[in-house]
Design a protein around this ligand. Structure first.
Ligand code: ATP
Length: 254
């Protein structure tokens, strides 16, 4: 068995009008690895992300990140504890500039009403440090030329890069990416893959949801398969992706 997981979750359930969107008895995310979370549409992958990161509330369940209970902890606190996520549909703020989006990342996660309210106290005395950190990341993600442009002017792939860069502003230990490749044009695909591999090289743990099996095979160290809210298989990619039950789960819905 995997030892020393960064995240352990037990009996996490979330129903929507009688449907078990998530019904996970036990799942562990191995530390310092890249783990892919796969499964057919509606399997509960995004809902599990929402629950674990404080964007949704489960009916039951508990989970520990770095040994710390996170059930009931709000999203911005989860982020500051070192667990941060991106979204299937990016939540960059189009009417703010790229650098402003980055500064927001130092405070919280997007999509929260408290997002702006937290900034003034957080920034007090740290503006220069936060801006410097943002500029280093923008250069790394080759978005520095866009620094002062409105985020609305970015391409889909650039938004994915900005959202990933912004997530790194909290100096996370676990980075959760929801469909990082969706909507990215082929010219940016390789650079996005390289960025994800770099996160691991820099000591972070990565968990990503993805339908692109080429990408899963290419970069995942471990694969977790969900279907109908449950974890139905897990293992190294070469083993899991030959598993008949996994193939059935996929072919059943695609
Ligand atoms: P996809 O690969 O299409 O993104 P997924 O594995 O991420 O799918 P979820 O989006 O988590 O799946 O959905 C799991 C189930 O929960 C689906 O049946 C979905 O319709 C339902 N569901 C998710 N969010 C809601 C919501 N806010 N209200 C009602 N039902 C929801």
């Amino acid at each position: 068995r995997k030892r020393d997981p960064i995240l352990v979750a037990r009996n996490v359930t979330r129903t929507y009008g009688g449907i078990n969107a998530v019904d996970v008895a036990h799942v562990e995310i191995p530390r310092h690895k890249i783990t892919a979370l796969i499964g057919p549409n509606g399997a509960g992958k995004t809902t599990l992300f929402n629950l674990l990161t404080g964007f949704d509330t489960p009916q039951s369940g508990d989970w520990q990140f770095e040994g710390r209970d996170l059930a009931g902890v709000s999203a911005y606190k989860v982020a500051r504890l070192g667990m941060v996520r991106t979204f299937q549909l990016t939540k960059v703020m189009g009417k703010l500039t790229v650098i402003e989006n980055m500064r927001l990342g130092a405070a919280s996660q997007p999509g929260e009403s408290l997002w702006r309210a937290f900034l003034p106290p957080l920034w007090r005395g740290r503006e220069r440090e936060i801006t410097q950190q943002a500029d280093v990341l923008l250069a790394k993600f080759k978005l520095d030329a866009k620094r002062s442009d409105y985020a609305a002017s970015l391409s889909g792939g650039q938004r994915k890069l900005l959202e990933m860069a912004r997530a790194l502003m909290v100096k996370p230990k676990l980075v959760m990416l929801d469909e990082p490749m969706a909507g990215v044009n082929p010219a940016l695909t390789q650079s996005l893959l390289d960025h994800i591999k770099n996160l691991k090289a820099e000591g972070m743990t990565v968990l990503f949801v993805e339908h692109d099996m080429h990408m899963v095979r290419h970069i995942a160290d471990w694969v977790i398969v969900m279907a109908e809210g449950k974890v139905v298989a897990e293992g190294p990619p070469d083993v899991v992706m030959k598993d008949q039950a996994v193939i059935d789960a996929y072919l059943g819905a695609h």
